[in-house]
Design a protein around this ligand. Structure first.
Ligand code: FMN
Length: 248
């Protein structure tokens, strides 16, 4: 047990071992979100309020939440995707520090995640890889290619639900945004933050008659490669497939 890397991680990220942070050393804060490549195609998302989730009460939504691995095959509307992005990573505002305030909590409001979307079946959107441009509430087109779903499925150890999903959300961390304030302990906080995001996706999906299955099982290197991430400064942490519920 004493050689357990997990145990060691917990021990060495205890608060008493925290080194002086980059923030305390006067290092400027990293940007609030990844920059867009020059000439990037941004697709504006409809107002998230254009979809209402009010027909189910919170207790019912929580009690009905479950992991679902097969979906109806019906397309998601852009309004529904907009709502799901808003409820999982939407930016409510930027304060004076500056830090983003979102619909999920984050340690120190670091909000170190970027949402990558493998879109298979959303009305009006070409299937492909996109990133959520949270500050603009827009989609950033990254890659349109025929074999993308197969490549991401392979990277996720052949979990076939990815191919059947309308959208697979993949949350990748820009670790500098977290460790700027919380050096090694930030790795703990980042994992906790990911849990909040995915839980909001589960609950928002249930409210919209959609369903989700979390994915923690993937080949890190392969998935990072497929997303175009370097795996060091930005890397995939968690994912979730989503589609419309199969009606009973
Ligand atoms: C951190 C985490 C990782 C998971 N990874 C996977 C996964 O890779 N593949 C999968 O099919 N389910 C995955 N799941 C879903 C769990 O298997 C599921 O939550 C569990 O069986 C309990 O079922 P329920 O969500 O319906 O309550 C994951 C869940 C969590 C919380």
């Amino acid at each position: 047990m004493s050689n357990s890397i997990g145990r060691e991680f917990i021990r060495k990220t205890a608060v008493q071992y925290l080194p002086v942070s980059p923030e305390e050393s006067g290092v400027p804060q990293p940007p609030l979100e990844l920059p867009y490549p020059h000439g990037a195609r941004l697709i504006a998302l409809p107002d998230a309020a254009s979809v209402t989730t009010a027909s189910k009460d919170l207790q019912t939504v929580i009690e009905n939440r479950k992991s679902v691995r097969a979906y109806s095959g019906e397309a998601l509307t852009l309004e529904e995707l907009s709502c799901l992005l808003w409820l999982t990573q939407g930016v409510r505002g930027v304060n004076d520090r500056p830090a983003t305030l979102r619909n999920v909590p984050s340690a120190g409001a670091r909000h170190a995640f970027e949402t990558y979307l493998l879109i298979n079946n959303v009305e009006g959107i070409q299937p492909g890889l996109y990133r959520y441009a949270a500050l603009k509430h827009a989609l950033l087109e990254l890659e349109i290619s025929d074999d993308l779903t197969a490549r991401v499925t392979r990277a996720c150890l052949n979990q076939q639900k990815i191919g059947g999903s309308a959208v697979t959300f993949i949350w990748a961390v820009v670790i500098e945004r977290m460790v700027w304030r919380y050096p090694e302990r930030g790795y703990r906080y980042m994992l906790l933050d990911a849990g909040h995001i995915c839980q909001n996706l589960y609950l928002a999906a249930e409210a919209l008659d959609c369903a989700v299955c979390a994915i923690g099982s993937f080949d890190d290197d392969l998935l990072n490669t497929e997303l175009g991430l370097d795996g060091e400064t930005v890397f995939a942490v968690y994912a979730g497939t989503l589609g419309k519920q199969i009606k009973a």
